[in-house]
Design a protein around this ligand. Structure first.
Ligand code: F0G
Length: 421
């Protein structure tokens, strides 16, 4: 995790008069134009005045051994799409099972240095799991606000297991953000939602890792899911900084994929030329990205435009099929991560990505985060008939339901013969 250490170390040179914004970070970072943004927090990293790090910054580092996640190839999908180099950076292989850990190690280390007693976030599940784990390691209390009944069990169980004060609110994610904003204005808790600049500094390290893993020849394309739009911003920052420093010759095109039912960024490009974003009422089974008012949309727009990437949206059935295909590669991911492969198929079909180009998908969460979704898909209980229309063959080809039979070797062997024949 040297890059994080570096960025924390650089910060101690006293570059941030505004307290909290990390080196080179756009201080307009909270995208406050968005109604649902997490800005306005009075106890956030931006407002507590702790604008330098003391000499013992390194002793405050809280780590669970995050980062250095694998970069897998996806040979089956690559063949189907006629792509010579299709890779997946699996951020779900981090300690708490999602990409949130690289940002959380940085932000919780800062919180510890500032002697925060409480940290808090609103979350669709993964941020809360990561925050709860790192806060527990640091000996801090953590407050998690999550939308009731809307997050995957794996993630809810993690927050409980790591000892967070877990509060389920009768609202959606965007409603949780609104409540949290008020809480942090009225109580001394350190805000750890993704507008926290240190989280982005930590999350950008996956760009460094990809470059290093590809021997400093960055891919032509990086495809990332879009929810609150922090990760696309962080990755863009990482790749663009490497290019500026001369570590790499170019930056990849960064494309952001959303679910059709939670597509405010796609609409912003389509309807307003990315000048304005109107929040939507978000609905998708990919619960991690069920977000209607993304906080970091302006930053994501800048990254997409600067790198020449695209935005695209994918249907519920497209997500489910893509997830099963990633599973069939022996890798697996949670539903929100699978939008990347589903979106890639569209970009290839549109001629935007060509066979000889290299592509890295960012798989943001582990398949065990949301086993309910997976089991329902393979049992044929996930999608409605209307949703399946047009994708019946792909669904049929990827569905692997469990088989029930009596405890008899003969029966098991008959099933093997049936499959062989
Ligand atoms: N994939 C997964 C698995 C996520 O958990 C998230 C966001 C995203 C993609 C989208 O990333 O928000 O940076 O655009 N999860 C947040 C959470 C919102 O609370 O766990 P983003």
């Amino acid at each position: 995790m040297l890059p994080i250490l570096n960025s924390l170390g650089n910060s101690s040179k006293g570059t941030h008069s505004r307290g909290g914004d990390s080196p080179g970070h756009d201080s307009r970072g909270d995208d406050s134009g968005s109604r649902g943004s997490e800005s306005g927090q009075s106890h956030s990293a931006d407002s507590r005045g702790g604008d330098s790090f003391s000499n013992d910054s390194y002793s405050n580092i809280v780590s669970l051994g995050e980062g250095n996640t694998p970069l897998y190839d996806l040979p089956q999908s690559g063949r189907r799409l006629k792509l010579s180099r299709l890779l997946a950076k699996h951020q779900g292989m981090n300690p708490t099972g999602s990409f949130k850990d690289t940002g959380m190690t940085a932000a919780i280390s800062v919180a510890r240095e500032r002697d925060a007693a409480w940290v808090a976030c609103a979350s669709t599940g993964n941020t809360s799991a990561a925050m709860a784990a790192y806060a527990a390691r640091a000996g801090m209390r953590s407050l998690v606000l999550i939308p009731e009944g809307e997050i995957a069990w794996g993630k809810l169980s993690q927050a409980m297991d790591y000892g967070a004060l877990t509060i389920q609110l009768r609202t959606d994610f965007d409603g949780c953000v609104r409540v949290l904003r008020e809480v942090v204005e009225r109580a001394p808790v350190y805000l750890l939602n993704s507008v926290n600049p240190y989280r982005l500094e930590g999350q950008k390290t996956s760009a460094f890792e990809i470059a290093e893993q590809m021997e400093w020849q960055v891919p032509d394309h990086v495809i990332v899911p879009g929810g609150n739009l922090a990760n696309s911003s962080a990755l863009g920052k990482g790749f663009l900084e490497m290019k500026q420093l001369g570590l790499t010759a170019s930056a990849p095109r960064i494309s952001v994929i959303q679910a059709e039912g939670a597509d405010p960024l796609v609409r912003s490009f389509r309807e307003f030329g990315a000048e304005k974003l109107e929040p939507v009422r978000a609905e998708t089974r990919a619960s991690a990205i069920r977000i209607g008012a993304p906080a970091s949309w302006r930053k994501a727009v800048r990254v997409i435009q600067e790198t020449g990437g695209w935005v695209e949206e994918v249907s519920e059935a497209e997500i489910a099929v893509a997830k099963a295909e990633i599973g069939a590669e022996g890798i697996g991911c949670e539903p929100a991560s699978a939008v990347t492969l589903a979106g890639l198929k569209k970009l290839v079909a549109q001629g935007k990505i060509r066979g000889e180009e290299s592509v890295v998908l960012i798989l943001t969460g582990h398949t065990l985060k949301d086993p309910d979704y997976t089991i329902k898909y393979h049992r044929g209980e996930l999608l409605t008939e209307a949703e399946e229309t047009g994708l019946e063959a792909e669904i049929e080809g990827t569905r692997r339901n469990a088989v029930l039979m009596d405890a008899s070797a003969d029966e098991v062997l008959r099933e093997l013969e049936r499959l062989a024949g």
